[in-house]
Design a protein around this ligand. Structure first.
Ligand code: LLP
Length: 419
């Protein structure tokens, strides 16, 4: 469910015509719905209200500080994966006591920064990292709270690039060594083991992988608790899918129903790290048609947004619906590729898509672009990154302005010797 709907023939975000946002900030631009964001966050809160829990929003999905602030004000925490994300989350007012830090390659500086910020815990991904965190915490005279991320070797049945819980994946600690690592961690003077973490992948549309991986983790927690470990937190990661075209992913309610009976066997505070399911359908990318072009065997709609603005179609062949901002049912339907101006054949937003004919200057909405849209954008081909706009009711709020050409050069210098 989202708040991008037609009123008559015109696409709105909440009470604002999409066209009006473009009149204000130009094209392309990202538009987010405040109402959808809030509703999606509360879907988790309500589904899990019977269980002590923390929603640590996976901010890699969308890390604009206004989006973070909106969620933080509702009580949301953050799953962070870098010093930069920690900086953003702090700036946005997320409580450090609601932050968990994952990622296979945390640097010394990042570990120190997180310790000094007093985050809730690190999700440790390898034996080497565990030792490193112990050393860095020791040098600061601190004890680091950690959960060990266990790789449960479960197939999440999603795109291989976003599967993370298989034996061959780089994430987490191998499950056959889990017990050993917990024992090692327990002996380290500057480590306090507080939890177990798992995350098996993203855009999961079935409930079974969640349940199967949780069962494996609960087995481990049972053994750990029998050995006297005080496991206070169980972090089940993120990964709940969304509807891009015709998928029917589980609702947070379905997830809660499926896993609550399993959780009753242990006494742990539950942590979840949803990203996409909170922001994905809360955002669109609006783009303008530049040209229609007929090649010998293909028809192209060339638009002003490209793979640098939304990488998902190029990288994963991901499907995003593309809707006209002004509907016109009297024009014919064609099969087209929607492509951007970048000099790569892989630069497309849709391939072989049946769409109503659009003409130069028409606006198109690339749907479900709120997650891993702007955050994965780049300046490739020296294209300034596009603005982000938050709509709340009738209000249009620019939460990131369009980059200028000057912004593109920030930090670059021509050495004196080339004067
Ligand atoms: N927790 C951890 C440890 C993660 O690695 C991720 C995502 C999440 C939570 C959030 O997962 P979500 O609820 O958003 O599925 N760029 C890809 C997605 C990469 C996901 C990486 N990790 C895409 O555009 O589909």
């Amino acid at each position: 469910m989202h708040d991008f709907q037609y009123q008559g023939n015109e696409l709105y975000c909440e009470e604002v015509p999409v066209r009006r946002v473009v009149e204000q900030v130009g094209s392309p631009c990202y538009i987010y719905s405040h109402r959808t964001l809030i509703r999606h966050f509360h879907a988790f809160e309500e589904a899990f209200q019977a269980i002590p829990h923390l929603v640590a929003y996976a901010m890699k999905a969308n890390s604009n500080i206004a989006v973070l602030r909106v969620l933080a004000r509702e009580g949301c925490g953050a799953d962070i994966v870098s010093g930069g994300e920690l900086f953003r989350a702090l700036k946005a007012g997320v409580s450090p006591q609601k932050m968990v830090f994952a990622g296979v390659g945390k640097s010394e500086e990042e570990i120190r920064y997180a310790l000094q910020s007093n985050i809730l815990m690190f999700n440790v991904e390898s034996p080497g990292e565990l030792q490193h965190i112990n050393t860095v915490a020791g040098a600061l005279g601190m004890r680091a709270r950690v959960a060990l991320r266990i790789n449960p070797d479960i197939d999440p049945q999603t795109h291989p690039y976003i599967s993370t819980g298989l034996k061959k994946s780089k994430f987490g600690i191998r499950s056959d060594r889990a017990l050993e690592e917990f024992e090692i961690a327990h002996q380290l003077p500057h480590i306090e083991v507080v939890g177990v973490h798992k995350h098996i992948g993203s855009q999961l549309t079935k409930i079974n992988p969640f349940v199967d991986s949780l069962k494996k983790i609960l087995e481990l927690i049972g053994i750990l608790q029998a050995k006297g470990f005080n496991i206070q937190y169980l972090n089940i990661g993120g990964g709940l899918g969304i509807t891009y075209s015709d998928e029917t992913p589980p609702h947070p309610r379905d997830l809660a129903e499926a896993i609550s009976p399993l959780l009753s066997t242990i006494k742990c505070h539950l942590i979840m790290e949803p990203g996409r399911s909170i922001v994905g359908n809360a955002g669109i990318l609006v783009t303008k048609v530049l040209y229609n072009k007929d090649a010998e065997t293909k028809r192209f709609v060339i638009v002003d947004a490209a793979m640098n603005d939304l990488l998902r179609p190029s990288l994963y062949e991901a499907h995003h619906d593309i809707l006209p901002v002004m509907k016109n049912e009297s024009v014919p339907v064609n099969t087209v590729d929607v492509v951007g101006p970048i000099c790569e054949s892989g630069d497309f937003l849709a391939k072989d898509r049946k769409m109503r004919e659009s003409k130069q200057g028409d606006l198109l909405a690339v749907m479900s672009a709120g997650a891993y849209g702007f955050t994965m954008s780049s300046n490739y081909n020296s294209r300034p990154r596009v603005p982000e706009v938050l709509v709340k009711g009738k209000a249009i709020m620019v939460i990131r302005k369009r980059e200028s050409f000057e912004d593109l050069l920030r930090g670059e210098t021509i050495p004196e010797v080339f004067a």
